[in-house]
Design a binder for this molecule. Structure first.
Ligand code: AMP
Length: 445
């Protein structure tokens, strides 16, 4: 058994995992080796948000369940099958947020933001929860970045959100992306169109899988989200909302496209795009990346969004307030950055190892660490190891550029040994000047 004051020096058995308890299904750790990707994404998001004047908002992970049943929609997959909902001991019905827009709208209303100068531009980054079947790129806890523009009806706001999203992906060096775009119209377009669609679906009911048929009674637009072959054929020949837009919605959509043309953004008008949530109106879009998987080209949705002109009033807003936004999945962005071969430097890599022999040297080392840190130099030590040989082995494993060695004798002489790890050469230098000496040497690297 180990002395409790010593780290375990025994080699671990050579196996991939240890322990008996694993993370919940579909929920993952973000390990140190992946953090540079996450940090880079957060950094780009912060900079782009500032450039476009979006302010950060953080909302709670738990919300009152009716926020989503009302906001996202009772018959949607998210509400029907995917929410982590529970009753608290006090009897409150709460849900772990499955998406961000409803929460942002709730906060907008709760904090009187309609009275602030509009539009209100907000962004968020954080975890979301959906009880889906976990598979590649689909998790039960995942992270999204979202941007929302509240109280703007202008097609320019739709174009701005798409421009921001596209720019963000370019900054992350993700290539081969297209913007799939459509319009779901306004209430004036939707009511007569849904009648037409229902009539068509009744005619083709016999060719629809039972699963789809059930949804269609309450949400006929869901036909465009059914993945089964038979349903796809019915959806392809169905009347499309984009051919049934009111004059106002048609003009709005045309203007959005003209703006995207002006910005030279590559889009594809996709009449089959409906998005799975009830709150969308007018412009809807998704960002797809075409990816080669085992020799087969597949489209992966990196994000999506659109207008939700009715949502604010549906959640108790005092007057009709048009709005729109986008959400992007961070896990998928990380995966795409990796598959594009984007290499990120781990800026936290230590450059100096501090080996110390004896108690007095350890004591002085703590102070020396502070001096190094103040100069922005990342140093590491292995205070649990006493032998120089074992400490040098650790220094090798860290892959540092320099090792400093401090023993009783050096301490008394006010000196320290500096070892260049690449050449193995050693010099004895003045302890008082060592921080500056290392800083100068690192500059040359
Ligand atoms: P949605 O609004 O559902 O289309 O989600 C927007 C984006 O979030 C998607 O394009 C994905 O990148 C990401 N996303 C949504 N659900 C999941 C999930 N279960 N696991 C991982 N990423 C997800």
């Amino acid at each position: 058994m180990n002395n409790e004051n010593e780290a375990n020096e025994q080699p671990f058995p050579d196996q991939k995992t240890f322990g008996t308890i694993q993370s919940p299904r579909g929920m993952h750790d973000i390990l140190p080796e992946d953090q540079p990707y996450w940090e880079c994404i957060r950094d780009v998001v912060r900079k782009e948000a500032a450039a476009y004047n979006f302010e950060r908002i953080d909302t709670p992970i738990l919300e009152a369940t009716p926020l989503f049943t009302k906001g996202v929609g009772q018959g949607t997959d998210i509400v029907e099958k995917e929410m982590y909902s529970f009753k608290t001991k006090g009897g409150d019905a709460l849900t772990m947020r499955p998406e961000g827009t409803a929460s942002v709208v709730r906060a907008y209303l709760e904090h009187g933001m309609p009275n602030r100068p509009s539009p209100i531009k907000l962004y968020y980054i954080g975890p979301f929860f959906r009880h889906e079947s976990p598979q590649k790129g689909r998790f039960r806890q995942f992270h999204q970045i979202g941007f929302e523009i509240l109280n703007s009806a202008s097609p320019a706001s739709d174009a701005e959100i798409i421009q921001l999203t596209y720019g963000l992906l370019s900054k992350l060096k993700i290539k081969n992306i297209t913007i799939q775009i459509s319009s779901l119209g306004d209430n004036e377009s939707r009511v007569p169109y849904l009648e037409k669609l229902r009539a068509y679906l009744r005619e083709h009911a016999a060719s629809l899988p039972a699963d789809c048929k059930k949804k269609l009674r309450t949400r006929p637009l869901a036909i465009f989200d059914c993945k089964e072959e038979k349903a796809l054929r019915v959806a392809q020949n169905a009347p499309k909302i984009i051919d049934n837009l009111s004059k106002a919605s048609y003009t709005h959509f045309k203007q959005v496209l003209e703006m995207l043309d002006e910005l030279e953004l590559p889009y594809n008008v996709n009449p089959l795009l409906v998005r799975g949530l009830d709150y969308y109106t007018r412009t809807v879009f998704e960002i797809w990346k075409s990816n080669d998987e085992d020799g087969e080209a597949r489209n992966i949705a990196l994000g999506g969004g659109g207008r939700y002109d009715n949502l604010i009033q549906m959640l108790g807003g005092p007057v009709a307030t048009p709005a729109g936004g986008v959400a992007l999945g961070i896990e998928r962005l990380v995966e795409m950055m990796k598959s594009e071969g984007v290499e990120l430097k781990n800026t936290q890599k230590p450059t100096v190892f501090l080996a110390q022999l004896g108690f007095d040297a350890k004591k002085r080392s703590l102070k020396l660490f502070d001096e190094l840190r103040k100069q922005g130099i990342i140093a590491v030590a292995s205070f649990d190891r006493d032998s120089l040989k074992s400490q040098l082995k650790q220094a090798d494993r860290y892959g540092v550029l320099y090792t400093l060695m401090l023993g009783q004798k050096e301490l008394l002489d006010g000196r320290i040994i500096l070892r260049d790890m690449a050449t193995g050469s050693q010099e004895i230098l003045k302890l008082a000047n060592i921080t500056k000496e290392i800083k100068d040497r690192l500059k040359k690297h």
